[in-house]
Design a protein around this ligand. Structure first.
Ligand code: SF4
Length: 341
């Protein structure tokens, strides 16, 4: 079971008291040896998030500085442990983000597709989100905010599957319940690579895959590797849903939607259910290629827009920024703290 503990370093000055506090906060077993070696051993068995406050070593911190070294070493060695360190108290939530519950990670704008409806078309494809640093962003954000879901997308996120895995693993350690990716399912033609990637997603704790299947994707994405990948996810019990883009509305009988119904049939025959999907909105390539479908009475709006006074999801860009400033690792807390509508 994933745990979550808060340790106040102000109370770890004396050795005996420190081990009492650590043992209780981290729910160590009765045979805990109450020394630094035993602490390291127990931390190596720990699964979850440790939030450390008052970790200020610029002043004499007594035994706490030895504890800090052990926790840091265990954090590096144990993939199931994540730590968030704060020099002072745990930061307050930004008032406009008090309901923040979702973290989104745009891994890259690079893609194996080039869809005519793509809202991300024209964006710089040269960046790749640093998975290690973004994973720390997930940990710090989860330490301060009640994060319930994490989503990685792109571009095509699985071009950088290992980076995605680092973020998902950290989210799992931090107690984030829903860990999803949106993918077009095509990142390799190699059967072994496809299977390996599916297993990696299983290991790192991905528990939701939204597979983009519709007339637009199927124009440019080969179905074979996508079906192989989908089949692997099913065999590994990773929940997967089809996530089609509809033009105008799902009920509109335009040629694109009719082809989408056909494309979905194939995948539904594999037992994959359909999610609500989304409506193509006027941005990126869609603006150029599908202009005749926009301008009606109920023009679809960008579904990612939200109330600026009640931000519930934040999105890290491939260059590691949020709100136009660096947001990797602990900096995500600063980036959110500085936000004003
Ligand atoms: S719509 Fe998705 S798969 Fe298609 S080009 Fe854009 S990011 Fe890639």
């Amino acid at each position: 079971m994933v745990k979550r503990a808060i340790i106040d370093f102000n109370f770890l000055f004396e050795r005996e008291a420190a081990h009492d506090i650590l043992s209780e906060a981290l729910e160590f077993p009765g045979y805990y040896g109450r020394n630094l070696d035993a602490l390291y051993d127990c931390l190596n068995e720990y699964s979850g998030l440790i939030i450390i406050k008052n970790a200020d070593f610029s002043v004499d911190s007594g035994y706490a500085k030895f504890v800090a070294k052990v926790i840091s070493s265990a954090d590096e060695a144990n993939p199931n442990l994540s730590c968030a360190w704060f020099k002072g108290d745990i930061p307050q939530k930004n008032e406009y983000h008090k309901n923040l519950s979702r973290l989104e990670f745009v891994m890259t704008y690079a893609c194996t597709g080039n869809c005519r409806h793509c809202s991300e078309a024209g964006k710089d494809r040269g960046f790749k989100l640093d998975g290690e640093a973004a994973a720390k962003s997930a940990v710090y954000a989860s330490a301060v905010y009640d994060i319930e879901s994490v989503m990685a997308f792109g571009g095509e996120p699985l071009i950088f599957a290992k980076e995605v895995a680092k973020i998902m693993k950290a989210a799992k350690n931090s107690g984030v319940k829903l860990r999803q990716i949106i993918t077009n399912g095509f990142f390799s033609n190699d059967e072994e690579e496809i299977k390996k990637t599916a297993r990696l997603l299983k290991r790192c704790g991905v528990n939701g895959v939204l597979l983009s299947v519709d007339s637009f994707h199927q124009e440019v994405i080969p179905a074979g590797p996508v079906k192989l990948f989908a089949g692997e996810l099913i065999s590994l019990d990773i929940p997967i849903k089809l996530n089609p883009a509809w033009l105008v509305s799902k009920t509109d009988r335009n040629p694109y939607n009719l082809k989408t119904f056909e494309a979905l049939k194939d995948f539904k025959a594999m037992g994959i259910p359909e999610a609500s999907g989304n409506i193509v909105f006027k941005e990126g390539a869609a603006k150029e290629n599908l202009s005749e479908y926009f301008g009606g009475e109920s023009e679809p709006i960008n579904p990612y827009e939200q109330d600026p006074n009640d931000v519930r999801a934040v999105c890290l860009c491939p260059d590691g920024t949020l709100y136009g400033r660096p947001a990797l690792g602990e900096e995500i807390i600063e980036a959110i703290a500085e936000y004003k509508p």
